[in-house]
Structure formats: C-alpha cells, structure tokens
Design a binder for this molecule. Structure first.
Ligand code: FUL
Length: 699
C-alpha cells in the first residue's frame, strides 16, 4: 500500500469508528483580550452616577473650597438607584467616589474633606458602603470613579498628594467588596482651592500620579477589575461625551502612544487597525446635558429617539454603554430620568423580542477542517463559545442562512469570537428577496458586537459576505430580528415662513393631524410634505403604525401668526444684525444684546402689519452654560414705533431653574410693534439673551 492510500485508509477507518480527526484551532491574531476584559465585554450596559458635592452647589466642576456642611441629601436612597438600574436592564453602577473638587463620599482617613464632616447622618454616613450593599441586593456590579485631580488637597502637585491618592484607592478597593471597574478621569483644569492657596498648579499627567504604581494597586487588590482612562490600560474612552463610537471601531490600539489628556483623542473613536494592545471603547454619556444634577435641566432629559440612537451607536458599534444618571439633591434618580430609562428598556425589549435565526440552517462553503467543530451551524447555536472559522489563508468568504419560509427582518446582530482577536475589516449583508439578491448593508468592523438596522425585507435567505479580514474570520453569533416600527409622537416644527413639518421617528409610520384643536385619528388629514399654516392654529398630530393600527400619544403645538415678515430692531431704530435667530422658530439658537448694553437692554420687533396682540412668548437661552436669561421684563406695544403703551410687566418665575417657554398674556392691544425690555437678568453678565420670541394674537 502506498503512503497516500494508507492515509486515506486511516481517515476512512477513523470516520467509521466515529472519531473525526482533530482540527487545529485557529491561531490567535494580533492582541487579544485578557480575562478581565472579556468579562467586561459582557457588561454591555451600566450606569454612571454623578452624585457628590456638585449636586449641592449646582456646579459641574467644584472649586475645592466647598464646605462639607453643604453635602446634605434629604432622602438619599442607594437602593432606589440600584432598583432603577436593574429595572432599566443595566448590569452595574459606577459612582463618583471623589470628583475634581476632592470631596470623598466615604469616611477616608486621608482627608477631612469627606462625608464624615457633613451634616448627612451626623457625619456617620458612607455613600460607598450604602451603594455596595444596594448593588449586592440587586445583583449589580459596582465600579469606582476616583478623580486624580483634586482641587481641595493642599499638597496637590507634590508627591505627598499622590501618596494620599493611592491610599484613597486602597481604601476603596479594600473595604467595599468586589469592584468591576476603576475609572480614572484625565481632566485637569489647573486652578483650585488647594488648602486655601487658591492658585493654578500644573502637573505632568503622564508621570505625576505614578500610573504603574496605581495600576499595581488595582491589580493587587482587585485583580478582576478593569482600569479605564483615555488610554486604559484595560478600557479606553471613546473620544466624545455624546454617546457614539465610529462605525469602524477596533478594540485594539497602539496603546503606548496614548496618555491622559492625549490631544489626538479623536482616534479613540475608531481605535487603530494596527493596534498593539486590546483596548476596547466605553461610550459614556449623560441622560441630561450635565453630568451633575441641575434643576434647570429637568426639561432636557434625553428623549426616547435620542436614547435609542445612542444605544445603537454604542452597543451596536462594538462599545459598552455607560449611561450617566445625575442623582438629584434629594439623593434620588429624578422621576423624569426614571421614566426615560424605562422607556428605553421597553423599546429595546420590543426591538429584540423574537430571535428569527434560531433553528434555521446556516451553511458556508469554507469551513475549517471540513468538520462540525468550526462549521457555520455554530453561528446560530446560541453558544458564543463555539464559532464558524474558515481554513487558514481563507479570508474572504460568506455564510448563508436559509429560512423555512420567507421572513421579515430589519435588524442583525453579529459577533466575532474575540478571545482569538478582532479580524473582520469589511463585510456586507444581502437578502434573497423574490429570487434576487438585494444588498442590505456594507460595513467595516464587527468586533464583540455589531448591530445593523435596515429597512424591513421579506427574505428567504440572508447572506453575510466577509470581504476582507486580517485572518480567517471567526463568527460566533448572528441574530436576526424584526423590530416593530418605532412609534413615538411626531415632532412639530415650524420655520420662519410658517411652514410646518411633522417629523416622525420611523419612516414607516403614517402621520395624521388636525388644525382645529380636535383630536386626530386615521380619518384626519394625512401628512405628506411640509405645509403652510398662515393663521393662528393649534396643531395636533399622531403617528400611526400601519402594521397594526396602533397610534402614538398626541403631540400638540399652538401656532400663532408666521414670522415671515418680522424684523428685529434695537434702540434707536437700528436693525439688529443676526437677531433673526430670536425669531427663527428654533429655541436652540439664540441672540444676545451687546456687552455694553444699557442697564435695561431691549429689542423691538416689527410684525409687518397691525394685529390685536394679547401676549408674548419668550424662550430663554438653552445653552449648556447659559447667560443673559431675562428674569424680569416689561412689554410695550405700538402702532407707529413712536408712542408705546405698556402692555405688561413682571417676573418669569423660576426661569433659571426651569428654562422652558414663558407665555405672558395681557389685555388685547392693537399694534404692529412689540418691545421687550429686560429689567433684570440672571447672573452677572449684562447682555440679555433671547432664544425665541413670539406673540399671542387674537385676530
Ligand atoms: C469628564 C469630567 O471632567 C466630567 O466632570 C465628568 O466627570 C466626565 C464623566 O468626565 O472628564
């Protein structure tokens, strides 16, 4: 028998006796994740809680000289935080144990600037201990944010402070059970209280905190915890605080180039294709504009469409999602935030309700070793430890799922088997619809988890083409879903010309509206394109899901006369340049009077013709750091811009804390010109700002 024949005989015999020859597993490719990083990838979605001194001083960055007496929550209940996080589907909570102002939420031995000198619980409280207990009760993991920058510490800038910083870390990692993540913030603005010195201190972010020693402490005390900073060493920042990763997102980076405060931070959004270390991205964003609680942002909690977008652009783009909850000064997650968190959970549950690839057949012509061990059926076996792999050298390939019956699909989840490295550089997805292949999407990276959203197709097959990969692609999971149309009330917007648009969150929805104040239903006017509303009207609109007839809640907006012919003047009948921003129907833009304005800055609006005016509206500045908010006003009306009649004066109560539209009604006066005078402004800036001004007419 020749050698060749003998080998065939041997293989035949082995198959006969049921023992398939073992296929060598694919070799790891490039940097691979550590065990602690792999565990972190499974965390997926968890809460950040910014709650500390700033919560009581209404600041984002405290100065460091605040009195511990200021920290005094009235209803602090960490179990409420944990319950909310759990109900929202989160897996852990990271707490700001110490922010830049230096106040410590636990009774540290390193400083007097802590809860032990606060009135809360007579100085016997420990927020970290309470949170650790609550997390244990709700089966959540706990993480710690410890700011390296400390604006309170007298020795900040000297080696003594770093000793205390390390000691604080030791306390936090020793006394509160298991910690899953330690969060080091790269921010440093220099100036501070520093024990009363009130000066600016510069440190070298790369060397001052002795990062090697810092890492060693974490490894020693919490070997399973990951360390977050701009550049890791375990987890990286995603390079923005808005809640998105790039569509190309490598979990690897040339880590040695990165340090806290790295100026090339935009590269953090995509990672480095030629990375030297596993360094996956965490997407941190707040549910409100600020990280800390400010009553003035109560109306700016992110909407459901905003949160959904963030979900798909973080978790769906190979990142983990760290959503910040600014716990309020009672010590509770605010009711509005709770409502939005639960709305997000409900919508995500709907989107991913029924997995469609289960029990369907997946095949590929390129299977490593032609055995089941690396066959395509591993892709939908519900087990992420098994995966499809191609033979060595085969980096372009595809796999196809065949449905028993044509099935509607609009979401795809794809996962690479990352313990052996991230590989895929380019891929596309096709659907077999009515005997034709249709391209659904073409993208770059997959990584731990990629979620694609596409228009619903009724497909008999779905094919994933790996177009480019650094080595044999290893795919451990694919899921398919048919998310229902995203049903939320339409957004009503009107431009300066008076044209109204009704914006829907999902293009599959139908929108119906009325202009007479009655409740809209499917028999009302169907919206197709923007339309002119030239008179006063209350528009009410609903979105309807044509799939099941379900309708959204009603959105409603009062529209007065269009602003098409309006012009804005300053004192002395000068037309104000750029002031159109205060009559552009968009409260996100604003216009402000100039620096050296009179003590009572004012604007005059020419309405183009005479109306019966019965009031006005004012939107205060919606900027993150607003200025020039008018708190007290006088309003005058004139027919000729010469003779003015006082129509109303007063205060916009609570406008700084609640920056919503103000509506002031007065006795009807005929006139063409309206003058708004600011008799008092919030803050020290003497400019008056106007985000939007409108009138209320009666004819
Ligand atoms: C930033 C900090 O300066 C903010 O205050 C906040 O803590 C955010 C999460 O990180 O760098």
């Amino acid at each position: 028998m020749s050698i060749k024949r003998f080998v065939f005989f041997l293989f035949g015999l082995m198959i006969l006796i049921g023992c398939t020859p073992e296929v060598a597993p694919p070799a790891p490719l490039g940097p691979i994740p550590s065990a602690r990083q792999l565990a972190w990838h499974k965390m997926e979605y968890y809460a950040f809680v910014h709650f500390n001194m700033n919560t009581f001083t209404d600041m984002e960055w405290g100065l460091g000289g605040e009195s511990p007496q200021t920290f005094n929550p009235t209803e602090l209940d960490t179990r409420q935080w944990a319950r909310v996080a759990k109900e929202a589907g989160m897996k852990g909570i990271i707490i700001t144990a110490k922010h830049h102002d230096g106040f410590c939420l636990w009774p540290t031995k390193t400083t007097e600037h802590s809860v032990k000198n606060a009135p809360w619980k007579d100085g016997k409280g420990d927020v970290i201990k309470e949170l650790a207990k609550a997390c244990a009760q709700y089966d959540l993991k706990m993480g710690i944010y410890l700011s390296p920058w400390d604006r309170n510490h007298a020795a900040y800038g000297k080696p003594e402070y770093v000793e205390d910083f390390h000691q604080q870390l030791r306390e936090l990692l020793t006394n509160y059970g298991e910690i899953f993540e330690v969060w080091f913030d790269g921010a440093n603005g220099g100036s501070g209280y520093y024990g009363g010195a009130n000066e600016t201190r510069k440190i070298d972010n790369k060397t001052y905190y002795q990062w090697d020693e810092t890492t060693a402490i974490v490894r020693e005390l919490q070997p399973n915890a990951v360390i977050f900073s701009d550049g890791g060493p375990d987890i990286r920042w995603v390079g923005n605080e808005e809640g998105w990763a790039n569509t190309t997102n490598w979990s690897i980076m040339r880590r040695d180039e990165i340090y806290p405060g790295w100026p090339r931070y935009v590269e953090l959004r995509s990672g480095h294709e030629d990375g030297t270390h596993w360094l996956p991205a965490e997407v941190n964003v707040s549910i409100r504009p600020g990280w800390y609680y400010h009553p003035r942002e109560d109306h700016q909690v992110k909407s459901l469409p905003q949160l959904i977008k963030i979900y798909y652009e973080s978790i769906g783009r190979n990142g983990n999602f760290l959503l910040n909850l600014p716990v309020d000064n009672r010590g509770l997650v605010h009711e509005t935030d709770v409502q939005q968190l639960l709305a997000l959970k409900k919508q995500i549950d709907k989107d991913f309700a029924i997995e469609l690839s289960e029990k369907q057949t997946i095949k590929s012509s390129d299977t490593r070793g032609n055995s089941n061990e690396y066959g395509a059926e591993n892709i939908n076996d519900g087990d992420n430890e098994t995966y499809w792999a191609t033979p060595d050298g085969v980096t372009t390939s595809s796999f196809t799922l065949t449905f028993d019956t044509p099935t509607e699909v609009n979401r795809m989840v794809l996962q690479e088997y990352i313990p052996l490295g991230q590989r895929v550089q380019q891929f596309s997805v096709e659907a077999f619809v009515d005997n034709d292949w249709v391209l659904l999407d073409e993208q770059t990276t997959i990584g731990n988890r990629r979620i694609l959203r596409f228009d619903t197709v009724k497909a008999s097959k779905i094919k994933v083409n790996i177009l480019k990969s650094k080595g044999p692609p290893l795919i451990c999971n694919m899921e398919l879903y048919k998310a229902p149309n995203f049903l939320t009330a339409p957004l009503i917007s009107r431009n300066k010309n008076g044209e109204v648009s009704l914006i829907k969150a999902d293009k599959q929805l139908e929108v119906y509206y009325t202009l007479d104040g009655s409740s809209p239903d499917r028999g009302s006017i169907k919206y197709t394109d923007p339309f002119l509303v030239a008179t006063r009207a209350t528009i009410k609109a609903i979105a309807v899901n044509p799939e099941n007839g379900e309708s959204s809640v009603v959105s409603s907006k009062y529209l007065d006369i269009p602003k098409k012919d309006w012009e804005v003047y300053g004192p002395g009948a000068v037309k104000l340049k750029g002031a159109d921003l205060l009559i552009d129907e968009d409260p996100r833009t604003f216009w402000a009077t100039s620096e050296n304005a009179d003590t009572n800055p004012e604007i005059v609006i020419d309405l183009g013709k005479q109306y019966a005016i019965a009031g006005f509206t004012y939107w205060p500045n919606q900027e993150r750091y607003p200025f020039g908010i008018v708190t007290n006003y006088e309003c005058y009306i004139s027919r000729d811009k010469q003779n003015w009649q006082l129509a109303g004066k007063g205060e916009f109560a609570n406008i700084v804390n609640s920056r919503i539209e103000q509506r002031i009604n007065f006795k009807t006066i005929e006139g063409r010109y309206i003058k708004l005078r600011a008799t008092q402004l919030a803050g020290e800036d003497n400019r008056a700002s106007f985000a939007e001004v409108g009138v209320i007419t009666t004819n």
